[in-house]
Ligand binder design. Structure first.
Ligand code: ZN
Length: 193
């Protein structure tokens, strides 16, 4: 049974021994295979609040107590889904490159979406998605909100340096060029448009 309760999924998972982690990993991979199109699953999604998750994009990967130890500044936007929220498809923003350490892997694991193989991007996103689950973070918190392409009517109007403006301070007011008014604005004068 996959948990679909957002509140339950907000709880952080606790560390686990490698032995127990491996047992949980087997259950998770089984559960993932049963799902129709899942590529990753975290233990808390099946009601076990322990730091274990699995990813199965290129090959089955179990991560026990995983930590992202390096992440690139470069981010990218990718469509994402989640077995806990089967009806939601959203665009998220993720790090392009990450390095992960996990107690059941000797070396560091690198994932990069900067590749010609789309599966590399899926795997890189999926690892970030599953580790987020262990910290009680769902994909909705990583949603990419695009900037509006057209500035709204409330966007601040740009004022020219030689444009005449009115500034006021208490009952006093002056009309002068913006370049003269600008230095006074920090001094109790406010611009009134
Ligand atoms: Zn998920």
């Amino acid at each position: 049974m996959i948990i679909k309760d957002k509140i339950k999924l907000q709880e952080k998972c606790s560390p686990v021994s490698v032995k127990e982690g491996e047992e949980i990993g087997v259950r998770l991979l089984h559960e993932l295979r049963e799902s129709e199109n899942g590529i990753g699953l975290a233990a808390n999604q099946i009601g076990i609040n322990k730091r274990v998750c699995v990813v199965n994009v290129k090959e089955p990967l179990v991560l026990i107590n995983p930590k992202i130890v390096e992440k690139s500044k470069e981010q990218f936007v990718f469509p994402e889904g989640c077995l806990s929220f089967p009806d939601s498809k959203i665009k998220t923003q993720r790090h392009q490159d990450i390095v992960v350490e996990a107690d059941n892997h000797k070396g560091r694991l690198s994932f990069s979406a900067n590749s010609k193989d789309i599966n590399d991007a899926f795997e890189c996103v999926c690892v970030q998605h599953e580790i987020d689950h262990l910290d009680g973070i769902t994909m909705f918190e990583r949603e990419f909100k695009s900037e509006p392409l057209v500035r709204g009517v409330n966007a601040p109007k740009k004022i020219g340096r030689n444009e005449k403006v009115t500034i006021t301070k208490g009952t006093e007011s002056k009309v002068l060029k913006y370049k003269k008014a600008e230095p006074m604005l920090g001094d109790g004068w406010t611009l009134s448009i």
